[in-house]
Design a protein around this ligand. Structure first.
Ligand code: PBG
Length: 324
C-alpha cells in the first residue's frame, strides 16, 4: 500500500526496467513465412506486403542461408501455383516433383538444420481458391481430409520436419497423424492451425499467392471472429488427434483466445501475425503516422506476453536487424 509500496521504483531506470522485464523477444521465437514461385532468379515484390518477396528456388536457397545466419531457424513454406496446374481436387499438391516438394528439398540442401514446416491446405492449388474440394458451392469435408493426409505424407517424404494444416476441415489432424504413422514418419510433427478465424486480415497473403476464393468466403470452415469457446474445443480436439503444436490466427485481435487456450491446454502455442497485420504497420509507417519499429516490437511483445511460444511473422528479419 502507498507510500510503503511505490510501483515506480521498478521503472526508474533502464537497468531496473530490464531486470524485471517479463517478456523478451529472441530470434528463436520466430517462424519465417516464405513464398515460393517457379522460375529462376526471381525475387518478386508483393505490393500489399512492402519489403516482402516471392522467391524462386535458387534465390530461396540463398535466403534461407541468410535467415540461418541471422539466427532464424524455422520457416513456414507456402507456394504460388501456376494457374494452369490448379483444379478442384488440388491434384498438383500431391505431385512428388511439385513446387512445395522441391522447395523443401532446396531448403534442406542449402541449410540442413533449418526447421522446415509446410503449409497443408488446398487453396493455392484449388481452381476455386478454397481450402477444400468444392461441390455445388459447398466445401466437402471428408473428401478434402483424404487429400490433405496424402499431401502431408508427400511433404514428409520430401523432408519436411513439420506439416502445418491451415485448412480448418474437421478431423484432418487424426487422418494426417495416422497417414504419417502408417508410413513410418513417426518423427514428423504437426503444427495445427486450430483456432483459425475467418478474418479480413488475410487479404495481402491472398495477393501474394493469388489464392483468393473465387466464390463466397471461408466462413463455412474458418471460425467466426465473434466466438471464443469453440477455440478451446478446436485446440483440444487437435491435441487429442495428435497435434504437437497448436496455432491461433490472426494475432493481435485474438490474444484473448491465446490466453484462454494457454490456460487450458499444455502444448506449445504458435500465433500467426498475419499479412494484414504486417501491411497495416508498413502502411502507417510509410505515411509517417506510426513508428514502425516501436509498433512492431510492441505488437510482438503483446503476442508473446499473451502466451505464444512461437510467432509466425513477416517481421522476423526486421526484428533481428533491429536487435543488431
Ligand atoms: C490458407 C492460408 C491463409 C493464410 C495462411 N494459410 C489464408 C486464408 O485462409 O485464406 C493467411 C496468412 C496471412 O494472411 O498471412 N490456407
Amino acid at each position: 500500500m502507498y507510500p510503503l509500496r511505490r510501483n515506480r521504483r521498478l521503472r526508474q531506470s533502464q537497468a531496473i526496467r530490464h531486470l524485471v522485464r517479463e517478456t523478451i523477444i529472441t530470434p528463436s521465437d520466430f517462424l519465417v513465412p516464405l513464398f515460393v514461385v517457379e522460375g529462376k532468379g526471381v525475387k518478386e515484390a508483393i505490393p500489399s506486403m512492402p519489403n516482402y518477396y516471392r522467391y524462386s528456388l535458387d534465390v530461396l536457397a540463398k535466403e534461407v542461408k541468410e535467415l540461418w545466419h541471422m539466427g532464424l531457424c524455422g520457416v513456414l513454406v507456402f507456394v504460388k501455383v501456376p494457374e494452369a496446374l490448379k483444379d478442384n481436387a488440388g491434384t498438383e499438391a500431391l505431385n512428388p516433383k511439385g513446387l512445395m516438394q522441391r522447395a523443401v528439398k532446396t531448403i534442406k540442401d542449402a541449410c540442413p538444420d533449418m526447421l522446415v514446416m509446410t503449409d497443408v491446405a488446398l487453396d493455392p492449388y484449388s481452381s476455386y481458391g478454397h481450402d477444400g474440394i468444392v461441390e455445388d458451392q459447398k466445401i466437402l469435408n471428408d473428401e478434402t481430409v483424404e487429400v490433405l493426409a496424402e499431401m502431408a505424407l508427400s511433404h514428409a517424404e520430401a523432408g519436411a520436419d513439420f506439416v502445418a494444416p491451415s485448412d480448418m476441415m474437421d478431423g484432418r489432424i487424426l487422418s494426417i497423424r495416422e497417414a504419417l504413422e502408417e508410413a513410418g514418419y513417426t518423427d514428423t510433427g504437426i503444427m495445427s492451425y486450430s483456432a483459425k478465424y475467418a478474418s479480413a486480415f488475410y487479404g495481402p497473403f491472398r495477393d501474394a499467392l493469388d489464392s483468393a476464393p473465387g466464390f463466397g468466403d471461408k466462413t463455412s470452415y474458418q471460425m467466426d471472429p465473434a466466438n471464443r469457446f469453440e477455440a478451446v474445443e478446436e485446440a483440444q480436439a487437435d491435441v487429442d488427434e495428435g497435434a504437437d503444436i497448436i496455432m491461433v490466427k490472426p494475432g493481435i485481435c485474438y490474444l484473448d483466445i491465446v490466453r484462454e487456450i494457454k490456460n487450458e491446454i499444455d502444448v506449445p502455442i504458435a500465433v500467426y501475425q498475419v499479412s494484414g497485420e504486417y501491411a497495416m504497420v508498413k502502411a502507417a509507417a510509410e505515411k509517417g503516422w506510426l513508428d514502425h519499429d516501436a509498433v512492431m516490437m510492441e505488437q510482438l511483445l503483446a503476442i508473446k506476453r499473451a502466451g505464444a511460444n512461437i510467432i509466425a511473422s513477416y517481421f522476423a528479419k526486421d526484428v533481428v536487424k533491429l536487435m543488431g
